[in-house]
Structures are given as structure tokens and as C-alpha cells.
Design a protein around this ligand. Structure first.
Ligand SMILES: NC(=O)c1ccc[n+]([C@@H]2O[C@H](COP(=O)([O-])OP(=O)(O)OC[C@H]3O[C@@H](n4cnc5c(N)ncnc54)[C@H](O)[C@@H]3O)[C@@H](O)[C@H]2O)c1
Ligand SMILES: O=C(O)C(=O)C[C@@H](O)[C@H](O)[C@H](O)COP(=O)(O)O
Ligand SMILES: [Zn+2]
Length: 357
């Protein structure tokens, strides 16, 4: 089995991202990565029947418990944050526990936040099973739950002990979820790397056919980019904000439509098109690049338009609370060419009205 390893360099909190096919079965790997004796696997009702027994068998030398969440973005909530904490207390889990997040970004974000808070912080390991979680959410330590008034509004920066990516798990992922993960993959191309972007166009049929070599190449490149950005700016004081391309609009769509109605990746896809339109209207982005962004996003079966029902005021209401707001000024990430983005803080109400038409 070929296994790749990428390090997220954060001094004493550095950790590996291990990528390979069949890693859920790698007993020696997990025994190397987990410090204590007691492990709680947290997963959800969809992932459990697919992968829980396999991981439990791999971790059979640990004192093991498991906890299942219902499936859905709406359960990335304070209510389920409390339920998981209660489960840990009821089972007398101490500070030496390791939480293992087995699932997509919803499980990973919630478990990470519990790991940040339970008894003021315990170890956790990310075992992402969606494309989105493998390329983005499992890396970098942004953990959170949603609030009815905004996405990821209550959370913490808490880095995992390790990220273990078993690419085999993608074989059971529904097509709509795969496409949602591709939105974040395309984001890396638009923000940081034009030649990576080009490869996503050239290799589209291999990628969507889940060709193992192509998938590993894509996952590795995304993890490398994210690891570099996080190492340079862990808590988003500067460059890390670029990873938010499309999210200011996307988070507004998710919250306004009701969590889970639009998938995170779908909302980000539409948000990236809106951000690209802002840039094109300003003359910062060429018409050709704008059109290439729209066409490529559409080619991966992702939306390129906002929900019809949403008006400018519905966006503004949410965007005013965006975490990038500084001194009451909204800030947006916009592409100036494919492979390069900048932060913009002078979008006018008229421009906003125009792009959201
Ligand atoms: N922390 C971060 O840096 C970060 C980055 C990006 C996104 N996110 C968050 O991640 C969440 C979205 O994550 P997601 O797209 O993984 O959604 P998700 O966690 O809801 O998973 C998507 C769906 O796939 C199912 N699933 C998971 N693995 C599967 C598998 N291998 N086979 C079959 N079904 C499987 C899940 O049960 C769910 O129904 C959002 O809450 C978003 O805000 C966080
Ligand atoms: O890791 C980051 O930084 C990101 O912005 C990655 C995003 O894809 C992700 O959706 C993140 O959770 C958004 O963060 P938020 O701070 O806008 O809630
Ligand atoms: Zn995202």
C-alpha cells in the first residue's frame, strides 16, 4: 500500500496528514498516532454502518466507546455539542481520552469543538470520509457549531493530533456529496494554483470516475496548500482568510435556506461565482477567466447561481455578521486571476445589488 504523509508544522502542535487506500485497517498507524489508552469514536448514523465496525476492529487494543450523531448539517449544533459532552461525562471520560471523528465535515467540526472544550481540551484525531473533509475540513483546526443566526459562529481553533485519510471511503460517497467536495478543491485552484486548476479541467473524467491515482494527487495537493497556509497563519490574522473565497456569500445561503438545504460545497460554489462576478465588474478579473470559472464549476455539477428566492437584503443580513468583518466593514475574497485572490473591503451597495441580481 502506498502511503503519503504531509506535516502541518505548528511547533509542538505539529501533526501528520496520512493519506492512503485502506488506512482504516492500519492498526500500527493508529497505535502510533493515539497517545492514551481510551478512545471514543464519534460518527453518524450513515457512516456507522459503513465503517464503524472496521475502525473498531483496528482500534481493538484501546479501551473503546462509540457515539453516533444523527446525519445532517442541522446537528452541528450546541444541542449535540452538549449531548456529546454528556456522553463523555456519563462514561467517566477523563483528560486522557482521544476522540476520533469518523465522518464528514459535520462530524469533524463538532468533535473538534468538543475536543477543544471537554475538560478544557483533549486529544482528537480526524478520520475524514467525505471528499470535502479530506481536502479541507479535517485539516487546520477550525472547529465549530452553527447558530441559527450564522454558520460556524461558536467554535475554537483546536488542532487534531493527526489526520488519517483513507481514500477507499470515497467509494461509497453519493455523487452530490462528491461534487460538493469538488467545490473546495476548485477553490484551491482559483485562490492559489493555476496549474492545479488546469489539471482539474484536464483530468475531470478521471477524477469523477474516482480514479485512485488522480484522487490521491488531488487530495495531496489540497492538503499541501492548506497545511502551508495554516502553518503560516493558524488563526486567520492574514493569508488564511483567502481560504474563505465564496464563503461570505455561501454561508449566507446556507443559513438563510436552512442548514442542510444547500450543501456547504454547493453554497460555496455559487458564492465563488458571485465573488468572481464582483471582480470581473471591477475589471480586476478578465472576462475569459470569469467564464472559465463559471464553466468549470458547472462542469462538476455544482450551482453557479444563488437561490432565486434570496434577495440582496437576505445576503446582507448574514454577511454583516461574517467573521471577516472588521470595524463594521465587510471584507470579501475576490479572484484577480485564476490562481490569485485578494481581500477587498470597498464593495459598494450598488455593486452588491448588481452582482446579486
Ligand atoms: N473546519 C473547516 O475548516 C471546514 C472546511 C470546510 C467545510 N467545513 C464544514 O464541513 C461541513 C460539510 O462537510 P461535508 O461536506 O463532509 O458534509 P457532511 O459531514 O454532512 O457529510 C456529507 C454526507 O455524506 C455522508 N457520508 C460521509 N462519509 C461518507 C462515506 N464515505 N460514504 C457515504 N456517505 C458518507 C454523511 O453522512 C453526510 O450525509 C460543513 O459544516 C462545513 O461548514 C469545515
Ligand atoms: O480553513 C479555513 O480557514 C477555511 O476558511 C476553510 C473553509 O472551507 C471552511 O468552510 C471554514 O469552516 C470557513 O470558516 P469560517 O471561519 O468562515 O467559519
Ligand atoms: Zn468551506
Amino acid at each position: 500500500m502506498h502511503v503519503s504523509e504531509i506535516e502541518v508544522s505548528l511547533d509542538t502542535r505539529s501533526y501528520p496528514i496520512v493519506i492512503g487506500q485502506g488506512l482504516l485497517k492500519d492498526q500500527a498507524l493508529f497505535e502510533r498516532l493515539i497517545r492514551g489508552k481510551k478512545v471514543v469514536i464519534v460518527t453518524n448514523e450513515t457512516v456507522a454502518p459503513l465503517y464503524l465496525a472496521e475502525l473498531e476492529s483496528t482500534l481493538s487494543n484501546f479501551d473503546l466507546l462509540s457515539f453516533q450523531l444523527p446525519d445532517g448539517e442541522q446537528y452541528k449544533s450546541l444541542e449535540y455539542f452538549e449531548k456529546l459532552n454528556s456522553f463523555l461525562l456519563e462514561n467517566n471520560c477523563g483528560r486522557d481520552i482521544t476522540l476520533v471523528a469518523l465522518g464528514g465535515g459535520v462530524v469533524g467540526d463538532l468533535v473538534g469543538f468538543v475536543a477543544a472544550c471537554y475538560q478544557r481540551g483533549v486529544d482528537f484525531v480526524q478520520v475524514p470520509t467525505t471528499l470535502l473533509a479530506q481536502v479541507d475540513s479535517s485539516v487546520g483546526g477550525k472547529t465549530a457549531v452553527n447558530h441559527p443566526l450564522g454558520k460556524n459562529m461558536i467554535g475554537a481553533f483546536k488542532q487534531p493530533q493527526a489526520v488519517v485519510i483513507d481514500t477507499q471511503t470515497l467509494s461509497t460517497l453519493p455523487a452530490r456529496e462528491f461534487a460538493a467536495g469538488m467545490a473546495e478543491v476548485l477553490k484551491y485552484g482559483i485562490v492559489f494554483d493555476r496549474s492545479f486548476w488546469q489539471s482539474l479541467i484536464d483530468d475531470k473524467s478521471l477524477i469523477t470516475a474516482l480514479d485512485e491515482k488522480s484522487l490521491v494527487t488531488v487530495i495531496k495537493r489540497c492538503c499541501q496548500i492548506k497545511a502551508e497556509i495554516v502553518a503560516a497563519d493558524e488563526t486567520e490574522k492574514g493569508a488564511r482568510a483567502l481560504l474563505n473565497l465564496g464563503h461570505t456569500f455561501g454561508h449566507a445561503i446556507e443559513a438563510e435556506q436552512g442548514y442542510g438545504v444547500w450543501l456547504h460545497g454547493e453554497a460555496v460554489a455559487a458564492g465563488m461565482v458571485i465573488a468572481a462576478k464582483v471582480a470581473e465588474l471591477r475589471g480586476y478579473l478578465s472576462e475569459d477567466d470569469y467564464q472559465e470559472i463559471v464553466n468549470t464549476i458547472a462542469s462538476y455539477d455544482l450551482p453557479t447561481k444563488k437561490p432565486e428566492s434570496m434577495q440582496t437584503a437576505d445576503f446582507v443580513k448574514h454577511m454583516k455578521r461574517d467573521k471577516k468583518v472588521q470595524n463594521s466593514v465587510m471584507r470579501f475574497i475576490i479572484p484577480t486571476e485564476i490562481g490569485h485572490c485578494e481581500i477587498m473591503d470597498d464593495l459598494t451597495a450598488q455593486e452588491l445589488e448588481l452582482v446579486l441580481k
